[in-house]
Design a protein around this ligand. Structure first.
Ligand SMILES: O=C[C@H](O)COP(=O)(O)O
Length: 318
């Protein structure tokens, strides 16, 4: 990952003066979805880039050590060798950006990745994911236990009540405490945008999370009714851009929730390129949190190389 974001003092004047130009966001989102495309000859390379940015995720109540082991193998070897060779990327060591699991599965993931010699970070959701409706003390303890189990990145959920009531000071203080509990692990702040009520709140919560030292801001848990949408992505990227312009610190971005198709992945990459620039087009600054995206990217890459879609049996284990 990139250098840590040290954060800064809470600037309430900055936060309270946020105004969002919704028509401009809407126009931008429409153009991105329909008019901006990646030229056909570059699509496979862009899709491989997307693979390297995936936080390959399993967040289910019935997760077991066995399915987390499979997830780790898949993250270490996400695309068939013959396809990577055919695309001239044989030496690139293509892996996913991270695996993302519940705290109780971190230990198993760390052991598996070590056993197979894969240098891939383990990201863990914490702080009472997905609702966050727990005492601060237990939320902080959960971070510490998860870091002690070997997680390199902690995807925390923010306190939605504080955001909805404009208690930015309270939110900032909670996030500072979480950042401290993470120690050397990177903090990714999940805003749960579908529960924040307005785009203005999304922008303000993005700023407060970054001021408190979040290394990444992430749209959603994947469990809300509305998750990663393009207009919300534009608003968050603009907050990241403004924070960078005003403080000099670069914060990463992670859309998550409901991203399922190769086409979705390309639209997100275009958004990042246009709103934040090429420096963000790497997995130290950009991740896609997804449980079901990789299979569609594999299918598209297979089609690109062999001119037909693969049968399920021809793809590596899902
Ligand atoms: O953080 C990642 C999300 O929970 C993944 O959501 P998804 O299962 O809709 O891809």
């Amino acid at each position: 990952m990139a250098d840590r974001n040290p954060g800064c003092d809470l600037d309430l004047g900055w936060v309270n003066n946020v105004r969002i130009n919704l028509p401009s966001v809407k126009r931008r989102a429409e153009t991105l979805g329909t008019k901006r495309t990646v030229k056909k000859q570059w699509q496979a390379a862009w899709l491989l880039r997307a693979v390297t940015c995936i936080d390959l995720t399993t967040l289910s109540g019935d997760d077991t050590n066995a399915n987390v082991q499979r997830l780790c193998h898949k993250a270490a070897h996400p695309v068939r060798d013959d396809i990577i060779e055919a695309l001239g990327m044989g030496d690139a060591g293509i892996t996913c950006g991270a695996v993302c699991v519940y705290p109780g599965r971190v230990n198993g993931a760390v052991k598996t990745l070590k056993k197979i010699g894969a240098d891939i970070p383990v990201a863990a959701v914490a702080t009472g994911f997905p609702s966050g409706q727990y005492h601060l003390r237990t939320r902080l303890e959960e971070i510490k236990l998860t870091v002690a189990d070997g997680a390199n990145e902690i995807d925390i959920v923010i306190n939605r009540e504080m955001a909805l009531t404009g208690n930015w000071q309270g939110l900032y203080e909670e996030l500072k405490a979480m950042r401290e509990a993470c120690g050397n692990a990177h903090l990714k702040a999940i805003l749960a945008v579908g529960e924040l009520g307005s785009m203005t709140n999304v922008y303000k919560a993005s700023l407060v999370a970054m001021m408190a030292g979040a290394d990444f801001i992430k749209t959603s848990t994947g469990k809300e009714g509305v998750n990663a949408t393009i207009p919300i992505g534009i608003v968050m990227c603009r907050a990241i851009r403004e924070y960078h312009e005003r403080t000099g610190y670069k914060v990463g971005f992670k859309p998550a929730g409901g991203i399922r198709t190769a086409k979705d992945a390309l639209v997100w990459l275009i958004l990042i390129k246009e709103e934040l620039g090429d420096e963000w087009l790497h997995n130290h600054m950009f991740r896609i949190g997804a449980s079901g995206l990789l299979a569609d990217i594999e299918r598209q890459l297979f089609h690109y190389v062999y001119g037909r879609y693969a049968a399920v049996s021809e793809l590596p284990m899902a």
